[in-house]
Design a binder for this molecule. Structure first.
Ligand code: ADP
Ligand code: MG
Length: 700
């Protein structure tokens, strides 16, 4: 019964028609449970009535009073009328309540009607008045069936949802709560609740919306009451339990053929190594290969700042798989990056006996068929490509290892689709977006993690400066100096979908301007996502060879591009980029033997957030510090951009604010699931609800 009520679509609740339901849905509330599991924005204490005689201007007060007289008053503004009521309370004090343009109230505030008013007081004309106060009528017969909802208590204030005012929502929540049974099914196990002394679910839901008179306003507004904490804990506990389950389910899968590593394979790996691995790379590789030798499939995240050298680690893992007769799929987020990986891998595997192919969206149909056939027959050992690898009609003969570069760029579905092309293949995902500790527990709770902390030796420092547009000439001189010394430069333009055309024109105009008027003696080229693939290849190739010295580019160079001779980057409109994005961009320089400079050119107006982003970049090049800062500035919701990237949809919890509780919830979830007999109910609940509740791919 209770469960029926909670899952009832709001549209079918008395007093909520299709229009209001649509307003609520837009605010993320579809069912009664959604409505109840949404915290008020804040609370107001309208409990203790104040004597009218004690009212002072500037106070926000509740009074219980009787209407003495009321009427409509015209104002000097044409068509603008005030409804005004004079009220008196038991203390004998008299004051005024004014409601602009609400003439209909004359039928409500009749003389002798008892009312409760709440609102701020101001001094106007001849005396104190309430302007547009919240009000409640007290019924003469004492049989007040709505109870006192809007005044005379601590009241919840909700965020406006379309035409649904806070007051309308309050009345709705109140009505729904009256139908809610005293006890309802609780997904948090009794033992866990008892251990943490959590209030019962129905009680917590009630208390969060209509707190008891004695509740601390401070605790309420900080969401620190036991009721709030219980509901946040519930959300985190269920989320974490689902993550743990997901991970354990994967661990039950068995690969048909775990890899074997022998001396021959070790020699083969050594033979392709162009340099000595760093300590971090070695450790990561050891962890990856250990996973690959196990019977259960690998599910590992390789984290390492831009330039940390993740590619070679992935390639060595690929080599191990191929030496074991398994195919490898290497998926990159953009064609440029896929092409670059393809070239690097071909070069490194030059003398190995493996066939490497590339599969991107821009192949001709005939070429694509040919590559598909090679992958299906197994003659291609390693395929590098874009999301074209995830397409339904591509089949592998024996896919054993899936490598996904910059994995936050891909949706969960694309990853799952590629994975499903093998029989429980090993999966290695890589990211240069360091995951702040706060989020790691959430986003990657189902992955094992390897981290490469240090950069390869010999890297030169990157100096970052942020300069206003007006310093352009000075910046050009700096670029010219680098070019004269034989180095190369990037000039990066923002390109956002909304203003794509304008942005593209700006980048194009800038490339012309730089070529014709600023760097005449050098070659300037333009690279952007709208170019045909062969054009992109031509431009990128020319820049990589050094035939082009200045590359004007939209953000397509953001990820992974590797031209060690490039030592300057000028970012135009730096204020328009995100922090992590700028950090990624900056990772394109500082890759060779020479010191590099990154110039962030900004234009006014500069928002506070933009200022904070630029300051963070100037201050540090540590990607982990940047990620933490980014998270602070943007909040966890936006950190990864899309919901698809694996961020759960949280209703009441906040990853930053409630981080501590998330860690505790994880511990409790692990402990509880370690007791198979008692955790069955929870497992069943999660299988049915987890995916939908958190907007993620299922546990089941
Ligand atoms: P990312 O982790 O950002 O993907 P890459 O794999 O592209 O970094 O590596 C960045 C650059 O560093 C490449 O030019 C690569 O050849 C070089 N590199 C990687 N590891 C080492 C190492 N151990 N010693 C020297 N250079 C290295
Ligand atoms: Mg990379």
């Amino acid at each position: 019964m209770a469960q029926d009520l909670l899952s009832t679509p709001l549209q079918y609740v008395r007093g909520v028609g299709p229009k209001r339901a649509a307003d609520l849905a837009r605010a993320g509330m579809q069912t009664v449970e959604d409505l109840l599991l949404r915290f008020p924005l804040r609370y107001e204490d309208r409990a203790a009535p104040c004597d009218i005689r004690n009212l002072r201007p500037g106070m926000t007060a509740t009074v219980t009073a009787e209407v003495v007289s009321s009427g409509i008053r015209a104002t000097r503004r044409p068509g603008f009328r005030l409804f005004e009521a004079i009220i008196r309370d038991a203390s004998g004090g008299i004051t005024r309540a004014v409601f602009p343009n609400q003439a209909f109230l004359k039928d409500v505030f009749k003389p002798e009607q008892r009312v409760v008013l709440y609102g701020p007081l101001e001094f106007r004309g001849t005396g104190l008045q309430f302007t547009n106060p919240e009000y409640e009528l007290i019924r003469a017969d004492g049989d007040d069936d709505e109870g006192s909802v809007h005044t005379g208590r601590i009241v919840p204030i909700y965020e406006k949802a379309g035409a649904m005012t806070p007051r309308m929502q309050r009345a709705l929540v109140y009505r729904v709560l009256r139908e809610l049974p005293a006890t309802i099914a609780d997904p948090v196990p009794e033992a866990v609740r008892a251990g943490r002394r959590l209030p019962d679910r129905a009680e917590a839901i009630r208390a969060v919306h209509f707190p008891d008179a004695g509740a601390s306003m401070e605790a309420l507004n900080a969401l620190k009451t036991p009721a709030h904490q219980r509901l946040i804990f519930e959300e985190f506990f269920l989320f974490q339990a689902g993550m743990v389950l997901l991970k354990r389910r994967h661990a039950e899968d068995r690969k048909p053929r775990p890899v074997v590593v022998d001396d021959r394979i070790r020699d083969a790996a050594r033979a392709i190594l162009p340099f000595k691995l760093t300590e971090g790379q070695r450790t990561a590789l050891r962890e990856i290969v250990a996973d690959m030798r196990r019977e259960e499939p690998m599910n590992r995240l390789l984290q390492g700042d831009v330039g940390a050298g993740k590619t070679i680690v992935a390639l060595l893992a690929a080599l191990v798989a191929m030496e074991n007769g398994l195919q490898v799929a290497f998926m990159a987020p953009t064609e440029i990056l896929a092409d670059q990986h393809y070239l690097t891998i071909r070069r490194l595997l030059d003398r190995a006996r493996f066939r490497v192919v590339s599969l991107t969206g821009s192949l001709t149909a005939a070429k694509r068929r040919e590559i598909h056939a090679e992958i299906a027959s197994g003659t291609a050992n390693l395929v590098v490509g874009t999301h074209a690898l995830a397409e339904a009609d591509l089949a592998f003969k024996s896919l054993g290892l899936v490598i996904i570069d910059e994995q936050h760029r891909f949706g969960v579905m694309q990853r799952a689709s590629l994975r499903s092309k093998g029989e429980h293949p090993d999966v290695l995902v890589m990211t240069a977006t360091p995951i702040p500790r706060t989020l790691a527990l959430t986003t990657y709770g189902d992955l094992d993690v390897s981290v490469i902390r240090e950069l390869p030796p010999g890297r030169q420092p990157i100096t970052t400066v942020s300069k206003s547009e007006s310093k352009r000439e000075e910046i050009y001189r700096l670029v010219r100096k680098e070019l004269a010394a034989g180095r190369q430069a990037y000039v990066v333009y923002p390109l956002v979908e909304d203003s794509e055309k304008v942005d593209l024109r700006a980048a194009t105009a800038m490339a012309d301007h730089l070529q014709q008027e600023v760097f005449q003696e050098y070659a300037v080229a333009l690279l952007h996502g709208r170019l045909r693939q062969d054009e992109k290849d031509r431009v990128m190739g020319a820049f990589a060879r050094g035939d082009v010295q200045v590359l004007v580019s939209t953000t397509v160079v953001e990820v992974g591009v590797d031209v060690p001779n490039a030592t300057v980057m000028v970012v135009e409109h730096a204020e328009r980029f995100g922090l992590s994005q700028l950090h990624q961009l900056r990772g394109r320089i500082g890759r060779g033997a020479h010191a590099s400079t990154c110039v962030l050119l900004y234009q006014f107006p500069l928002s506070a957030d933009a200022k904070a982003r630029l300051a963070a970049l100037v201050e540090t090049i540590d990607g982990f510090v940047i990620a933490e800062r980014d998270l602070e500035i943007r909040g966890p919701g936006d950190f990864f951009g899309t919901r698809q990237s694996g961020m759960p949809t949280l209703r009441v919890g906040d990853l930053l604010r409630d981080h501590q509780l998330m860690e505790e919830a994880r511990r409790e979830a692990v402990a509880w699931l370690d007791q198979p007999e008692s955790s069955q109910a929870l497992v069943a609940y999660l299988s049915a609800n987890w995916a939908a509740r958190f907007g993620l791919v299922g546990v089941g």
